[in-house]
Design a protein around this ligand. Structure first.
Ligand SMILES: Cc1cc2nc3c(=O)[nH]c(=O)nc-3n(C[C@H](O)[C@H](O)[C@H](O)COP(=O)(O)OP(=O)(O)OC[C@H]3O[C@@H](n4cnc5c(N)ncnc54)[C@H](O)[C@@H]3O)c2cc1C
Length: 340
């Protein structure tokens, strides 16, 4: 059980700046995100695209913005729990109990939901047997590539992730790359490398094939792949990897009693609190009259929600308004040493 002041659900730009706003008023927080990396839509959907409407930053890519937000919250040494989806939120006396799909439990005075358009989930194989092998021999992301060493790996997909992993794993594994189309969508340089490795028999490519079924009870023995013309081919394999991109799913947020309005959480505009006392919602996930789905709005909402949490974390204290330029308290929280 992790006990802290506030739990932030979502490590997109809004959740990240909110860590800062909580930190400067002296509140601690932890952050959970279902993705394997920090940055939300900016890092998952447009890391290389420039953004032109962040105040005082004329141009910044999604990745640069994320890196700067991470740098700005460094003084607070915040724990991030990645690859975990928040499943359950329950009132427990004066606090909230929050559980993730990996069984982690938090006890907090307040929750800030910065969940964007929901959690990013990998698009999965439609073949039913796949479920029982998931996270054992079938994966949709790679945490430890060493498990594939000297094994046979069948990689499905035609985009950059499938190509990059096929090329990388071919160094130490036998690799099959299976794609439902004739052409690959990945970078031209990767496609060229792939063809070169295929000529050297380092990677075996199957195009116009899709997964049809799996042989094996406790472990995968082989897979059957089906060609567009109906022909079935048996392929011996130890592991199966699927890289079909991500889908966004509102998921469990819908079950937390927050009166959703068209998949968004209604909040007040005073402090972005939801109808549940102590639960706040900011960024793309919240709705109120005039809401703009922009990063800059999420920053403002996070600043007010952080202050809204204060009364739940420290009910006997009054929060004093302070500027970062002049407050010794804030500057010491930011680890700034001044000789004046
Ligand atoms: C192509 C594109 C271009 C854009 N350009 C601009 C622009 O120029 N300017 C601008 O201001 N905005 C732009 N946007 C919009 C901007 O990216 C969003 O407004 C912003 O990302 C919202 O931030 P957020 O933190 O609220 O949510 P997100 O960035 O969506 O992050 C939410 C995070 O919450 C996680 N999450 C959700 N539910 C759970 C759960 N139950 N458990 C764990 N984690 C969960 C998700 O995995 C996700 O990482 C653009 C968007 C796109 C797609």
């Amino acid at each position: 059980m992790i006990k802290t002041d506030v739990l932030i659900i979502g490590a997109g730009p809004t959740g990240l700046f909110c860590v800062h706003q909580l930190g400067i008023i002296g509140l601690k927080c932890e952050v959970v995100d279902n993705l394997d990396k920090i940055g939300g839509q900016c890092i998952e959907l447009y890391p290389d695209k420039p953004i032109y409407d962040i105040p005082a930053i004329p141009e910044s890519t999604g990745e640069e913005l994320t890196n700067n937000l991470i740098k700005q919250i460094k003084p607070f040494k915040t724990n991030f729990h990645l690859n975990e989806r928040v499943e359950e939120v329950k009132k427990e006396k004066n606090n909230w109990s929050v559980k993730t799909n990996k069984g982690k439990e938090f006890n907090v005075a307040s929750i800030i939901i910065a969940g964007g358009v929901g959690s990013f989930e990998p698009r999965k194989f439609s073949v039913k047997e796949c479920q029982k092998f998931e996270e054992k021999e079938i994966f949709y992301s790679i945490k430890d590539k060493n498990i594939f060493r000297n094994k046979t790996v069948s990689i499905f997909g035609g985009g950059d992730s499938a190509l990059d992993w096929a090329i990388e794993l071919s160094e130490n594994s036998k690799v099959h790359l299976i794609h439902r189309r004739d052409e690959f969508r990945g970078a031209q340089s990767s496609v060229e490398k792939l063809n070169e490795l295929s000529k050297k028999n380092k990677i075996q490519i199957f195009t116009k094939y899709q997964l049809s079924s799996i042989d094996g009870d406790k472990n995968i023995q082989s897979i059957n792949i089906k060609h567009d013309d109906g022909a079935i081919k048996k392929v011996q394999t130890n592991y199966v990897l699927g890289f079909f991109g991500l889908i966004m799913q509102l998921g469990p947020i819908a079950n937390w009693g927050l009166n959703l309005d068209k998949k968004h959480i209604p909040v007040n505009t005073e402090n972005f609190e939801t109808k549940q006392k102590g639960i706040f919602a900011i960024g793309d996930i919240c709705t109120y009259p005039g809401k703009l789905k922009l990063i800059l709005s999420g920053f403002h909402e996070g600043a007010l929600a952080a202050r809204g949490c204060f009364k739940y974390v420290r009910p006997d204290e009054k929060l004093r308004f302070e500027f970062t330029t002049t407050s010794k308290n804030v500057q010491s929280r930011l680890g700034i040493k001044k000789n004046d």
